[in-house]
Design a binder for this molecule. Structure first.
Ligand code: NCD
Length: 304
């Protein structure tokens, strides 16, 4: 039995197979419409979510399966003090696969040790968010034709943004990727990413503060939200929250074929005027999130 805790749990070849499956699902949805008949997905979300939870549920329903679950810790027995290990042991009696989001780093991993069904990490604190990374990779591959030979700018809250951590981990295994890390000094990537992932793998990267300086070099710009819920004090958040705002003016500095990605939700970091720019790919990205989660469910249930 296989779980998904980090994008590193799949080799590059396995990621390619998963994305091939997702593209086939996109092209031939009817072929898969009963693939999970009689199977149940449990979504155990101890932290807010719109896209991740609903795209998982939509994915399972598209496959002809069913969904059960809870959308907040308050509505589960966590509020009575139950551990994730106990909860998942019980969920193993009710469902065939589980997607779990938790504010504590490592909680889905702890759960997976006691689980009798595959557990998918749907975001654990400021640590990892592997299914967002699968979504990001599929978006890049589908819209660019390939992953590799590109300069990617990651902008915003690189300290607490788990989508950024997972994406860097995944991308260092592809050829000729250069990173430009754009953040205020206070929100730089954690040192374990800089030292153990980027430097250790001899990856070319730069850290800059000004988005305008990086803009002309980028093939992909990955914007992120300042992660309010992970700040220790509100004042610090208020000082950081509007540090970057991507608007039409800044888009004039970018290449004609640069892609703008964002895991969403957006707050102020991308002006709505950018939505109409052909290079804005963040809503398409949300759609790819359904196809890749369908492919992931099929793969972990060994139904592909
Ligand atoms: C992200 C998350 O939860 O980490 N959202 C998502 O799943 N698409 C990004 C965020 O909340 O900023």
């Amino acid at each position: 039995m296989r779980h998904l805790m980090s994008p590193m749990d799949f080799t590059v070849e396995e990621l390619e197979e998963l994305m091939d499956l997702a593209n086939d699902i996109e092209a031939n949805p009817e072929k898969y419409s009963e693939a999970c008949k009689g199977k149940k997905l449990a979504t155990c979300f101890y932290e807010p979510s719109t896209r991740t939870r609903l795209s998982f549920e939509s994915a399972m329903l598209n496959l002809g399966g069913n969904v059960i679950g809870f959308a907040s810790a308050d509505s589960s027995s966590a509020s009575k003090g139950e551990s994730v290990s106990d909860t998942v042991r019980v969920i193993s009696c009710y469902a065939d696969i589980c997607a779990m989001r938790h504010p504590k780093e490592g909680a889905p991993l702890v759960a997976s040790k006691k689980s009798r069904i595959p557990v998918i990490n749907a975001g654990d604190g400021g640590h990892q968010h592997p299914t967002q990374t699968l979504t990001d990779l599929l978006t890049i591959r589908s819209l660019n034709g390939k992953i590799g030979n590109m300069t990617i700018g990651l902008c915003g809250d690189l300290k607490f943004g788990r989508t950024v951590h997972s994406l860097i981990n995944a991308l260092v295994r592809y050829d000729n990727i250069k990173f430009i890390l754009i953040s205020p000094g206070e929100l730089r990537v954690p040192s374990y990413i800089r030292e153990d992932v980027l430097k250790k793998n001899n990856i070319e990267f730069e850290e800059v503060e000004r988005l305008e300086d990086a803009m002309p070099d980028l093939d992909i710009l990955y914007m992120t939200r300042v992660q309010r819920e992970r700040f220790f004090n509100e004042e610090e958040y208020l000082r950081m929250k509007d540090y970057y705002i991507l608007d039409g003016q800044k888009m004039t500095l970018a290449k004609d074929d640069m892609l703008v990605l964002h895991p969403l939700p957006r707050v102020n970091e991308i002006s709505v005027e950018v939505d109409d720019d052909e290079r804005a790919a963040y809503f398409k990205q949300a759609q790819y999130g359904v196809y890749i989660r369908m492919a992931l469910i099929l793969t972990l249930l060994e139904l592909n």
